[in-house]
Ligand binder design. Sequence first.
Ligand code: BES
Ligand code: ZN
Length: 457
Amino acid sequence: MYRKTFTALLVAGLALSSSGLPAEAGNKPTDNPSAHAFDNKVIKKINVDNMYNNIAKLSAQPREAGTEGEYNAVQYIKSQFEQLGYETELQPFTFPEWDGGDSSILLNDQVFDGGVHTFSGSVNGNVTAPLVYVGLGSTEEVSNDVEGKIALIERGSYSFYDKIQHVLDKGAVGVIMFNGDGNTGYQFGSAYEGQDIPAVAISREDGLKLVNRLENENVTATVNVENAGNVDKTSYNVIAKKKPHPNKDTGQITMIGAHHDSVHGGPGANDDASGVSAVLELARIMAKTPTDTELRFVTFGAEEKGLVGSYHYASTLSEEEVEKTVAHFQLDMIGSRDAGDLIMFTPDGEKNLVTDFGAAAGARISEVVEYGQLGRSDHVPFFERGIPAALFIHAPLEPWYHSPDDTLDKISKEKLQEVAEIVGAAVYQIARPDTPALENARVAPGPVDYEYDDRPL
Ligand code: BES
Ligand code: ZN
């Protein structure tokens, strides 16, 4: 039933044009005052200072999933939705996170005094054996001599998996890896399942000292890893629902999403406090605007841990809800002054209802929005359930992506305003009660031609 109505909307829109543009807007769509008026109800109400202030609040501390910083953000977002009058739900879920436990090294029975970090994915264990240096750990460098010994490996050139596997294949009983030239910190890659050997990481300076020492003396090392493993952490989705006007209900649902978590230690002003700010602002505007469509404003947790929150939420949707959901708009990284133009990404690189409405709204407001192919955000789980979904983002990306420099001062109010207008107008074209009443192009602008762009990130 609702599907039929929706098809009618599109068909009526298409009927308006032969060129792919609305008949009335044969020239530049933004020059068409009546088409623009179509969006005024939403776009005139956007207050970009609200958005900016929310980014300021959210980016004041990192919001890594499962941390107190995320929890504070979740409470803040919930309270904002509730102040707007939304029925709001916190949806908890768990995800596994690596905890390195305690690790230590002994060298000829003396405690090694440098920093020791458990290699991500390492098994627990305590091994004592002669230490042998195997360079970068290539198959050529790792001889049979490694059998029964602990391998000292330099980071670089080969994957962590390969390095560990090469020494394991030759019978090594433990691994100490040190940073390669130019590497800092202990953000080493991961050992993999089946690589059941205690493995630890040390600094480059300490590693080179050990290499030197091995040239002059035999060293017996102990590598000890305790209490390492995955622990369950809790993260949350925040869900605010707006029911349609009871007399106008088409039975459709439209979703507007962003992720509130940041990477570890990152302020995530653009990634993705910017998207959350747009979700909150559109929720504010739609709170008092009658619609014929149910709107769901959702901020997801643990996106940066592998889209965990959005997969969880999508898995809780019933078949019936999926059937009713006509669109998912995902806003992720929409405010960086240092990024490129707006683009809409779909996981399969195909247009869909969301990109059609996004492109057309762009044409009315600033310019036609291009589309491309990309996953990597919370539109993916909805796409996988068959819901038309797209990611709104600027590309190429800013250089601060996933860094501690993703801060408020890099946020552009112009960019925020433009994306909120385009997405707000597209959402409202779906949700407004006076569509489909499309006989008149002044009431409902039609679709536009828009291009695929293989834009670099
Ligand atoms: N905001 C990014 C998505 C993104 C990154 C889009 C780069 C386009 C280019 C998102 O928060 C992110 O970083 N996603 C992860 C995905 C993952 C953990 C499954 C990524 O891309 O590494
Ligand atoms: Zn993101």
